[in-house]
Design a protein. Structure first.
Length: 400
């Protein structure tokens, strides 16, 4: 089987959730011994850095990269208010990228062309013209839903109006374009249900594949410091920024009232060490850390205070696999078969979030039970060894 995987940024280095999601599919293909070609955009935010790629990656993926300027242009965005197209998807279209795509399709015959997300669907027509391959949309999120949630948090009325128009156009585009692909692979059952509704009985196969990974082994030699809480994630992603600031302001004082010697440890991409924005009582800001896994295993309770965003929360999967006590919101748990008080604690207000955090400190048995159940769930649903064969079997069903 020959697969062309098209990405809107290099899958590695895995600097954010999108990269992790794309690279998990790359690794699944390689694990299943699929003949793979990766075509990726290089952007200002996500440059192509070959020296940071794992040994053998370039050869195994045959990766080709084209620079695309995806920065939001305020003038073009304003003009788009009076046009029918979706600016949010238009900005990912590039004639240079399309030319490289056409070149690859003319040079090789592929069985599957996998589009890593909605923003690559502007290239569907070019693929149809040059290839008989099945086109599969790997949907990381319901993109218009992300923008709806983002718009709801905007306070400036003019900006909220602008975001609202962008979101409506994106939703219309998203509902229509999914009817042009041969299959959809959403990352969660929640997203799959939405696609089923939008398709209005059109026969497009939908096959849910949760985020999969080579699950990290829990290092029993690392003993987590007692009464510690941590957050790790990309701190240039708005939902993380707002969530962490909310936790520091609204939740952390309540935790310290109940457990005065508790500590909060913060780390993540684009976070500066001792960043004054996040400094507070009993808060240690580590900034970017070299070994995220070691950082996670050094502390007891993982928080994911998300009130916007969507799709699978990759760091939560890693936290589950390493046996962390997890406290998150309903949006944080969205897309994961996480059950409150079985695999984690789910809270949507400051009092409940604080009480849930403290509950782990005061009830070690509960922490042990939740973490053990979370590890089992991660192994059952997010292990790349199991997922890779499921993906390949589904693709063969599309081809034959």
């Amino acid at each position: 089987m020959k697969v062309l995987q098209i990405c809107n940024k290099p899958p590695v280095p895995t600097v954010d959730g999108g990269c992790l999601a794309m690279n998990s599919m790359t690794e699944a293909f390689l694990h299943a011994h699929v003949s793979l070609q990766v075509l990726a955009m290089e952007t200002d935010k996500h440059p192509f850095v070959p020296e940071k790629m794992p040994p053998g990656y370039l050869k195994a993926t045959n990766i080709e990269v084209v620079y695309v300027n995806t920065k939001i242009n305020p003038v073009k965005a304003f003009i788009n208010l009076f046009q029918e197209s979706s600016y949010l998807t238009d900005r990912f279209y590039s004639t240079e990228f399309e030319a490289k795509l056409i070149q690859l399709l003319e040079e090789e015959s592929y069985d599957i062309v996998q589009l890593e997300g909605l923003y690559l669907t502007p290239y569907i027509d070019a693929i149809r013209e040059k290839s008989t391959a099945r086109i599969v949309l790997r949907a990381h999120n319901i993109e218009s839903q992300l923008w709806e949630r983002r718009t709801a948090l905007v306070k400036n009325p003019l900006l909220r109006f602008w975001f609202g128009v962008l979101t409506e156009k994106l939703k219309h585009y998203e509902e229509e374009v999914i009817r042009k692909v041969d299959a959809i692979i959403p990352i969660s059952e929640y997203d799959a249900d939405t696609f089923h509704i939008w398709l209005r009985k059109k026969d497009v196969p939908i096959f849910t594949v949760p985020y999969c990974m080579t699950l990290p082994d829990k290092d029993d030699t690392i003993k987590p410091t007692h009464r510690t809480v941590f957050h790790i994630g990309s701190m240039d992603w708005e939902p993380n920024i707002k969530g962490v600031k909310w936790f520091i302001k609204e939740v952390w004082p309540k935790v310290l009232d109940l457990v005065p010697d508790a500590q909060l440890h913060l780390a993540g991409r684009k976070m500066k060490k001792n960043d004054p924005e996040y400094i507070g009582d009993q808060i240690i800001v580590h900034g970017e850390v070299e070994d995220a896994l070691q950082f996670m295993q050094s502390y007891q309770v993982m928080i994911a205070p998300l009130f916007s965003g969507g799709g699978m929360k990759v760091k939560l999967i890693e936290g589950m696999a390493t046996g962390k006590g997890i406290v998150t919101t309903p949006i944080g748990a969205e897309g994961i078969h996480m059950v409150h008080l079985k695999h984690a604690q789910i809270a949507d207000n400051a009092d409940d979030f604080a009480n849930a955090t403290v509950r782990y400190f005061r009830n070690p048995g509960m922490l042990t039970d939740c973490s053990s159940n979370a590890v089992y769930l991660a192994l059952e649903e997010h292990d790349i060894k199991k997922s890779s064969q499921r993906i390949v079997d589904f693709y063969y069903s599309l081809i034959f």
